[in-house]
Every structure is written in structure tokens, then in C-alpha cells.
Design a protein around this ligand. Structure first.
Ligand SMILES: Cc1cc2nc3c(=O)[nH]c(=O)nc-3n(C[C@H](O)[C@H](O)[C@H](O)COP(=O)(O)OP(=O)(O)OC[C@H]3O[C@@H](n4cnc5c(N)ncnc54)[C@H](O)[C@@H]3O)c2cc1C
Length: 324
């Protein structure tokens, strides 16, 4: 385990939801033990800070160390792939026979150009490939996700907390136990006072009795929330997008791992069938992913409407009776 300061993991909750578990299964993958992070979670606790209601629902998540999960996926990359770490793509431009990429070391000390015939942007929510090559395609709404990791004295409650608060965001916040630490996170509506709203969320959780020790880590990243299929961009003219760069992420829960895995597989299948017509094949192979985004988008107005959510929570429908 690296020290808190040197850990280079992605800003992510590291939960593998049932959709991600299914995606791994279809890729013939399991999860090695070193990727797991305790406790494993069998319930979500929905906490509505506006109405003060709290309900537990049965859900099955695999709790992982996201850094270890990424390392595991990288270990599967075949040796025929020239994989390099610590490099940023700063600029990308179309040329007559493909693309010119301006690359640099992460610290910016070294910079050079590379040429490519085909470019695949799997560079996440802030994708430079999408921003540069597909700037005319409408982008999904971008939220600022902030996560703080706190030490906890005892083992934290073994559930995934989903927190709703109009004052914080029109999306949601979360708590995730990680061994002897607890993540508090939120996808905050961009705009003013992002950190102030986050701090106020943490303070209100503390005021409700959540016992937190020292804060050991904070990180932030954009997270996308697609609002329509027009915002999903698969690419074109020799450049493709996969995962969140394409806009593939659940608009109701921000679950993105299953979409990243399955869109990458779809593109691999589309491209290995031949260079001609890959975009059309990719479109067909991602039909179910796009349908899923529509279905999850239909769910969102119910979950995120304060009155409807309050009525559902008050009814106790499908909730678990939890012992004190
Ligand atoms: C706070 C937070 C919590 C989340 N929690 C969960 C969760 O618990 N479960 C879940 O399923 N999803 C979660 N998500 C969503 C999930 O993390 C993403 O949707 C998923 O990782 C997307 O995978 P991806 O491969 O498309 O992009 P990413 O995982 O973002 O990977 C993009 C990669 O590209 C690299 N990159 C970016 N720009 C450049 C550049 N210019 N040059 C070189 N490299 C570049 C990045 O360093 C990164 O390695 C969360 C997101 C956030 C922000």
C-alpha cells in the first residue's frame, strides 16, 4: 500500500455495481483478491437531508481499491501493446494522413510530437480528443465531483450511502466505507461555492452523528451526466471515443465502469472486423448501451424529484427493516 500522499489513483468510489459485475462476467473476468477492499456492501442507505428521511435498500456492490482495479486491468494488456505511463496528450490536430499529437511528460519538462493514423480517445470526462475533434457535438453536463477520505475509529457502517440535498446539488452525494476510512463524496452542480457546498454537506453529516477522524485525502474530478442521446459521441473520420469520453455513464447513478468496459469491447469488435465501416458497426454494437442511458435517464427525474422521492421513501416500498 502506498502512502496517502503518493497514491495516484483515480478520483472514483471504486464500487462495482451489478452492471459492472455483469460486464466483467461477459468479458470472462473476475476480481483478484488484492483488488477487493473491505467491507463488501449489501445495502444502500438513502438519506434525504431535505426531508430528513432515511431508508435502506438491498443492493450488491463489490467494494474495490480503484488503484488496484486499474492495475489489474493493465496487467491484462498484451505485451504486443506499446503501453506508456506518465504521458499527457496536450494537443491533437488533424493532418492529411491522420493526426498529429503533442505529447509531454506529466511534469511538462519534455514535449514531443507523435503521428497516428487512428486515434481512440478513452481519456475520460475531460477528454481532449473529444474537445478538440468533436467540439460541435453537444457535451453532457459536467459536474464537479469531490471526494474526501476520513479516518474512522471503528469500522464504518457497511453500506453505501446515497445522500440527497437540494442545497448541495441536483445530483447526489455518497459515503463509501474503505477499510478504516470513509469516503464522503458529492457530484456538485458546477458554479459558485463548490467547496463551500461540499463543506456544508460534510458538516451536516457530522451534525447527524457521523463520526469522522482526520481527513487524509481530497481529490476532485469532473463527472458527466448525459441528458440526451445527442450528447453521446462515438467519433468519426479516423477518431473514436469510448467510455466517459464518448458520454457513456449512467445519468442516474454516475456508474461508469460497466459503460467503459462494454464500449471499449464494442469498439474493439467493430475495428477488428476491418477499417472500413467501423463507425457503423460501433454504432450497432453500442445500441444497448445507449438504450440503457435512455432508461436510466427516465429513472432520474423520479429519484431526483424531492416530492416523488419523499413519497417513495415514506411508503417504505422495497426498503429493508434494519436493526438498531
Ligand atoms: C468521484 C467519482 C466517483 C465515481 N465512482 C464510481 C463508482 O464507484 N463506480 C463506477 O462504476 N463509476 C464511478 N465513477 C465513474 C467512473 O469513474 C468513470 O465513469 C469511469 O472510470 C470511466 O472510465 P474511462 O476509462 O472512460 O475514463 P477514466 O477512468 O476517467 O480514464 C481516463 C484515463 O485517461 C487519462 N487521461 C485523461 N486525459 C488525458 C490526456 N490528455 N493525456 C493522457 N491521458 C489522459 C486519465 O489519466 C485516465 O487514466 C465515479 C466518478 C467520479 C468522478
Amino acid at each position: 500500500m502506498q502512502s496517502e500522499q503518493t497514491r495516484q489513483d483515480k478520483c472514483c468510489g471504486g464500487l462495482l455495481a451489478p452492471d459492472a459485475q455483469q460486464a466483467l462476467a461477459t468479458l470472462r473476468l473476475g476480481i483478484p483478491r488484492q483488488v477487493l477492499c473491505g467491507p463488501q456492501l449489501f445495502a444502500v442507505c438513502a438519506l434525504d437531508l431535505d426531508s430528513g428521511q432515511e431508508r435502506f435498500y438491498q443492493r450488491f456492490y463489490i467494494n474495490t481499491d480503484r488503484l488496484e482495479f486499474d492495475r489489474y486491468l493493465l496487467s491484462l494488456v498484451p505485451s504486443s501493446v506499446d503501453y506508456r505511463e506518465g504521458i499527457r496528450c496536450r494537443e491533437i490536430a488533424r493532418e492529411a494522413a491522420g493526426f498529429r499529437l503533442r505529447l509531454s511528460s506529466v511534469d511538462g519538462k519534455r514535449a514531443w510530437n507523435e503521428r497516428a493514423r487512428i486515434v481512440i480517445g478513452c481519456d475520460g470526462a475531460g477528454s481532449v480528443v473529444r474537445r478538440t475533434l468533436f467540439s460541435s457535438v453537444p457535451r453532457p453536463r459536467s459536474y464537479t465531483a469531490v471526494q474526501e477520505w476520513f479516518e474512522t475509529k471503528s469500522e464504518s457502517s457497511p453500506y453505501y450511502g446515497a445522500i440527497f440535498s437540494q442545497q448541495t446539488t441536483d445530483f447526489y452525494g455518497w459515503t463509501i466505507p474503505k477499510e478504516r476510512q470513509l469516503i464522503i463524496g458529492a457530484a456538485l452542480t458546477p458554479g459558485d461555492r463548490v467547496m463551500e457546498r461540499f463543506r456544508s454537506l460534510v458538516d451536516r453529516l457530522r451534525a447527524r452523528g457521523l463520526r469522522l477522524g482526520r481527513m487524509v485525502r481530497r481529490h476532485a474530478a469532473p463527472v458527466l451526466r448525459p441528458g440526451s442521446l445527442r450528447e453521446i459521441c462515438l467519433g468519426g473520420d479516423g477518431a473514436a471515443l469510448v467510455g466517459e469520453a464518448a458520454g457513456f455513464i449512467s445519468p442516474s447513478s454516475a456508474e461508469g465502469v460497466s459503460f467503459a468496459l462494454l464500449s471499449a469491447r464494442a469498439l474493439a469488435q467493430a475495428m477488428t472486423a476491418g477499417e472500413r465501416g467501423w463507425l457503423e458497426r460501433y454504432r450497432v454494437l453500442t445500441l444497448t448501451l445507449r438504450l440503457k442511458i435512455v432508461l436510466k435517464g427516465l429513472k432520474a427525474p423520479v429519484i431526483y424529484h424531492p416530492l416523488l422521492r419523499s413519497l417513495i421513501m415514506r411508503s417504505g416500498l422495497s426498503s429493508l427493516p434494519i436493526s438498531e
